[in-house]
Design a protein around this ligand. Structure first.
Ligand code: PXP
Length: 262
């Protein structure tokens, strides 16, 4: 199981003061030393954390392959084409969202996805799609001859946090998930099963499967049991942990959990 560490959140901290501290490229070497397998970054259209110079610096300096998350926006795709990361993960993007809330709408954006996929694959970049865990979506990926997908685990993570974490007691409680425990357990089970089914169907079609969003040191354990998921992209929980114990230790702690299960 490969671990991609999403370092956007380090840029979030830098942006809070608009100064070059912390230096984002310093993270690359801590990630490598800690045993991470990939660096993941998201160049958002509003440049709220990672900016164009970060993309250039990170791709040119990284000792690890870089997975660049990007929307279908033409200007963003031109930047991806210029810097040629190892992989580009196409994600949906809404300006007002706090984070990527769902997977790509493959039906609505079919033409744009196919066009972008061709542009990037012609440059030798592996193209992955960030999708909701659903068999219909994976069927569509097969139809579009997609080689790699990343399953969105955000819904699973939110339900998990409301059921077993303290999210429900905080000011960030998710109103629609303020439900009796038994209902939450059922929802978690349904979501987990959808992730398993999507991973298995992808494997059946020969599509490589990653997963990510909202994964942390607890909820990752059940995801690790899904053998057809070969890669995880994790950011928030690792960077949050690193505030107290340092980035290298925080990554090693995640790697230890991964290696104990896989
Ligand atoms: N994968 C994708 C496609 C994402 O957009 C993100 C968030 O930027 C992540 C993984 C990492 O999510 P988190 O920061 O919640 O671990």
């Amino acid at each position: 199981m490969k671990l991609g560490v999403n370092i956007d959140h380090i840029a979030v901290l830098r942006q809070a003061r608009q100064i070059n501290d912390p230096i984002i490229t310093d993270a690359l070497f801590f990630c490598k030393n800690a045993g991470a397998n990939m660096i993941t970054i998201h160049l958002r259209e509003d440049r709220r954390h990672i900016n164009d110079k970060d993309v250039k610096d990170i791709i040119s300096l990284s000792p690890l392959p870089v997975n660049l998350e990007c929307s279908l926006n033409k200007d963003i795709i031109d930047i991806v084409k210029t810097h040629k990361p190892y992989m580009a993960t196409i994600v949906p993007e809404k300006r007002e969202e706090l984070t990527t809330e769902g997977g790509l709408d493959l039906k609505k954006f079919e033409k744009e996805i196919l066009k972008t996929k061709k542009i990037l694959e012609d440059e030798g970049i592996i193209v992955s799609l960030f999708v909701d865990p659903s068999n219909d979506v994976i069927d569509m990926c097969h139809k579009l001859q997609i080689s790699n997908v990343e399953l969105h685990t955000g819904k699973y993570a939110n339900i998990y946090a409301m059921l077993y974490g303290n999210l429900g007691l905080s000011s960030h409680s998710i109103k629609e998930l303020e439900l009796p425990k038994e209902q939450l357990k059922q929802k978690l089970n349904d979501t987990y099963k959808a992730i398993i089914a999507s991973a298995n169907l992808s494997e059946f079609y020969g599509i490589k499967v990653a997963a990510g969003h909202g994964l942390n040191y607890e909820n990752v354990k059940d995801i690790l049991k899904i053998k057809n998921i070969k890669e995880l992209n994790i950011g928030q929980s690792i960077v949050a942990k690193s505030v107290f114990i340092g980035l290298e230790k925080a990554i090693k702690k995640m790697k230890k959990i991964i290696n104990e299960t896989r």
